[in-house]
Design a protein around this ligand. Structure first.
Ligand SMILES: *Cc1c(COP(=O)(O)O)cnc(C)c1O
Length: 345
């Protein structure tokens, strides 16, 4: 039986069209800026995010790290959410490799940071304290349920931050999911921040890579940091070619993933023994818990689901995350619901 892999949208494989353009890609030495396909991808990404320039990087983690290191010096402070991917899941890179201090503010249930909290966290000019340089936002917000941060919110934080002489970085790993779900252009969500990363290798299906976009001067700095991190990739046009297909053909269809996430949530709500957070999933992620009284752990349930070729993410003792993507069909959604039903009943 075909495997339905709902663990993450990072499991997406390149489409046949991607494999074809990868085989034919025109390439050069990108460390010299001579790979025409990488250059084309970077220009396309900059245009789509409302920024001047782009930089192709190996991963979202590398893009976020390069951004923080380009904005901050050693001992400077970055403000992040306490559920931010940058804080939780990037191996502490900003501290380990950048000597950058982080201050964590509570993410609200919708993934936002409150302006009052930001105002209180920004350091005064005092020799006892690190210097606040940067605020990081995340859209969609992964740990807060794949929630979208609106254009108004982003503009408000950017204006607030810029008025205090600080910069804003947006971790937009799933920026295009947010844009499609909100019915706005990505550049409306990312044009007002100082830098933005997004992933090609998640819902957009490319095999490898992310983009970091910002002003020309910022990307010039980030280019040096990428080299420092070992991320100069030479004939990377082979990978960038798939990224161009991703941006040109895979963005609008993210709406299908969001629809399937809603169908999946609606189906699972009917299964006794599961509790779903109220409301439709905001984008392509469904979070659910085992109801009280179910004598199994999430890990036990995941092991049994695997016997029916359904793979799910376990995000807590009794909690799951299910992510829809290009390789999950309507039939896959139905099979996943049925598999949960048969394990729990
Ligand atoms: C996946 C993800 C990243 C990191 O991307 P990788 O390519 O896996 O390094 C960063 N931020 C968020 C919100 C993510 O979901």
């Amino acid at each position: 039986m075909d495997i339905i892999d709902l663990r993450s949208d990072t499991v997406t494989q390149p489409t046949p069209e991607m494999r074809e353009v990868m085989a034919r890609a025109e390439v050069g030495d990108d460390v010299y800026g001579e790979d025409p396909t990488v250059n084309r991808l970077q220009e396309l990404a900059a245009g789509m995010t409302g920024q001047e320039a782009g930089l192709f990087v190996a991963s979202g983690t590398m893009g976020n790290l390069a951004a923080v290191l380009a904005h901050c010096g050693r001992g400077d402070e970055v403000i992040v959410g306490n559920k931010a991917h940058t804080f939780l899941y990037e191996a502490g890179g900003v501290s380990a490799l950048g000597g950058v201090h982080s201050s964590q503010l509570p993410n609200q249930p919708d993934g936002s940071l409150r302006l009052e909290d930001l105002a209180a966290a920004i350091r005064p000019d005092d020799a006892h304290m690190p210097i606040t340089r940067l605020i990081c936002l995340e859209n969609t917000h992964n740990r807060c349920g794949g929630t979208c941060q609106t254009v108004e919110y982003t503009l408000r934080v950017a204006a607030f931050t810029h008025a205090r002489g600080l910069a804003v970085h947006l971790d937009g790993a799933r920026l295009f999911n947010a844009a499609v779900a909100l019915g706005v252009a990505a550049k409306d969500l990312a044009g007002a921040v100082d830098s933005v990363t997004f992933c090609l290798s998640k819902g957009l299906c490319a095999p490898v890579g992310s983009l970091l976009c910002g002003s020309r001067a910022f990307i010039h700095k980030a280019h040096r940091v990428r080299k420092l991190l070992g991320g100069g990739m030479r004939q990377a046009g082979v990978l960038a070619a798939a990224g161009i297909v991703a941006l040109e053909t895979m963005v609008d269809r993210l709406a299908d993933d969001h629809l399937r996430a809603r169908q999946l949530a609606d189906g699972l709500r009917q299964v006794a023994g599961l509790d779903l957070a109220p409301g439709s999933p905001a984008t392509n992620m469904v979070f659910l818990r085992l109801a009280d009284g179910i004598p199994l752990s999430a890990r036990d349930v995941a092991t049994r689901l695997k016997e029916s070729s359904i793979l799910v993410g376990v995000t807590g003792e009794r909690q799951f995350r299910l992510v829809t993507h290009y390789w999950v069909s309507d039939e896959g959604v139905d099979r996943a619901v049925e598999a949960f039903r048969s394990v729990l009943n």
